[in-house]
Design a protein around this ligand. Structure first.
Ligand SMILES: *C/C=C(C)/C=C/C=C(C)/C=C/C1=C(C)CCCC1(C)C
Length: 240
C-alpha cells in the first residue's frame, strides 16, 4: 500500500524534468499559501473568517494533491489525470462557496449555493468522462461541461451573484469582479487545454503538448487558487 507520504519521495527530480519540477514548486506554493491563510485567521474579523478559512482549505487540499501528483508523475512518468480531477472536484466547489460567502450578508441563500456547487460538479464530472472514460465522445462531454462552465460565468458576471455583490458594498462588488476575471480568463485555460489535447482534435485544433499540458495546468492552478484566495484575503482587510 502506498500512503501518499511514503510514495516516490526518494526519487530525484532531474534538472530537465520540468513537469515534475512544477509539481514540486506547486506543492510548495500551495503549502505556503495555506499556511498564510490559516495563520491569518486570528487577525481576521469574525465576519470574514469563514471566507479566509475556505481559502486556506482550497490551497491545503491542493497542496496534498500536488505532493501526491509529484510522486505519481515521478514514479510512472505519466500525467496524474485522475488525481487532478479529484483535486478539482474538491477545490472548485469550494471556490464556488466563496461566492456564496461574500454575498451571504445581503441575502444569498442555499439555493444559489447549490446551483453553483451543482454546476461545478457537472462541469468536472462530464469533463472527466470526456477526457478519461468515454474519449470517443469527448466533444459531447466537453460541450456539456462547457455549458455548466458558462452557467457559472453567467451567475458570477450577470446573474444572482453579480446582483447581490453589487448591492452589498463597493468592496464586495470589486472583489466579485476580480473573482469573475479568474473564472472567465484563469479558468478558461482548462477547457482550452481539453480542446487542444483531445486526440483527433476538437474544432481541428489538436496540438500534442503531451505532459507539457501538466506544466500549463500547474501554473494555472497556482495562479487561480492562490490568486482567488488573495482576493478574498484583501477583501477581508478592506471591508472589516
Ligand atoms: C483549481 C482548479 C480549477 C479552478 C479548475 C477548473 C477547471 C475547469 C474550469 C475545467 C473546465 C472544463 C471545461 C469547461 C470543458 C472541458 C473539460 C474541463 C473539465 C477541462
Amino acid at each position: 500500500m502506498n500512503l501518499f507520504l511514503l510514495d516516490a519521495s526518494f526519487k530525484a527530480i532531474s534538472n530537465t524534468n520540468y513537469v515534475a519540477f512544477t509539481f514540486f514548486v506547486g506543492t510548495m506554493a500551495m503549502m505556503a499559501a495555506a499556511a498564510f491563510f490559516f495563520l491569518e485567521l486570528n487577525n481576521t474579523s469574525k465576519e470574514w473568517r469563514t471566507s479566509v478559512l475556505v481559502s486556506g482549505l482550497i490551497t491545503f487540499i491542493a497542496a496534498v494533491h500536488y505532493y501526491y501528483m509529484r510522486g505519481y508523475n515521478l514514479e510512472t512518468g505519466e500525467s496524474p489525470v485522475f488525481f487532478r480531477y479529484v483535486d478539482w472536484l474538491l477545490t472548485v466547489p469550494l471556490m464556488c462557496v466563496e461566492f456564496y460567502l461574500i454575498t451571504k450578508k445581503v441575502g444569498s441563500n442555499a439555493s444559489l449555493l447549490w446551483k453553483l456547487i451543482f454546476a461545478s460538479v457537472i462541469m468536472l464530472v462530464t469533463g472527466y468522462f470526456g477526457e478519461a472514460v468515454d474519449t470517443a465522445h469527448s466533444w459531447q462531454w466537453g460541450l456539456a461541461s462547457g455549458i455548466a462552465y458558462f452557467y457559472i460565468v453567467y451567475l458570477v458576471w450577470f446573474g444572482d451573484v453579480a446582483k447581490l455583490a453589487q448591492s452589498a458594498s463597493p468592496a464586495v462588488a470589486a472583489a466579485n469582479r476580480s473573482l469573475g476575471w479568474f473564472v472567465l480568463v484563469g479558468w478558461a485555460i482548462y477547457p482550452l487545454g481539453y480542446i487542444v489535447g483531445t486526440p483527433g482534435g476538437l474544432f481541428g485544433m489538436h496540438v500534442d503538448l503531451g505532459l507539457n499540458m501538466d506544466i500549463v495546468y500547474n501554473i494555472g492552478d497556482a495562479v487561480n487558487k492562490i490568486g482567488f484566495g488573495l482576493v478574498i484575503y484583501s477583501l477581508s482587510r478592506k471591508a472589516a
